[in-house]
Design a protein around this ligand. Structure first.
Ligand code: RB5
Length: 145
């Protein structure tokens, strides 16, 4: 699995946690920034990364900002993206099993690094269940045209 990773200035610390996790899990990944604490605009990170997932360059992406909300709104504008904003372990598992989410967002001003790391691990390890869920996801894909 190839994972793209990015954050704005509000998410650099959790991005670092996730980088360590991806290293430990032995997953192939690329970090698309940002590397600074000066203010940047989250769509400048969310949109190009979401496009890389949509076009198949990457299988999944993890995006971090202050709340996770801006990144998720932007990523979900890209056709083919099913981005889930998650701050608990139950949803991390459920959004993979039911929604086949291909991007995960979290907010560094909402949860700590330890929980973010556990959420990302569960999300990366959980498979889509298919079946009736595939039918539902298919309806979203069909709407996108
Ligand atoms: C940046 O201040 C903040 O707005 C951003 O990180 C994010 O929370 C947006 O949704």
């Amino acid at each position: 699995m190839k994972v793209a990773l990015a954050s704005d200035h509000g998410g650099v610390n959790i991005k670092e946690e996730i980088r360590n996790l991806l290293e430990e899990m032995g997953l192939e990944y690329e970090d698309f920034g940002c590397d600074c604490t000066t203010s940047v605009d989250y769509p400048d990170y969310a949109l190009p990364v979401a496009e890389k997932v949509a076009n198949g360059e990457f299988d999944r992406a993890i995006l971090i900002c202050g709340t996770g909300i801006g990144m998720s709104i932007a990523a979900n504008k890209v056709k083919g993206i099913r981005c889930a904003l998650v701050h608990d372990l139950f949803s991390a598992k459920a959004t993979r099993e039911h929604n086949d989410s291909n991007i995960l967002t979290m907010g560094e001003r909402v949860i700590g690094g330890g929980l973010a790391r556990e959420i990302a691990k569960v999300w990366l390890e959980t498979e889509f269940q298919g079946g009736r869920h595939a039918n539902r996801v298919g309806k979203i894909t069909e709407y996108e045209g």
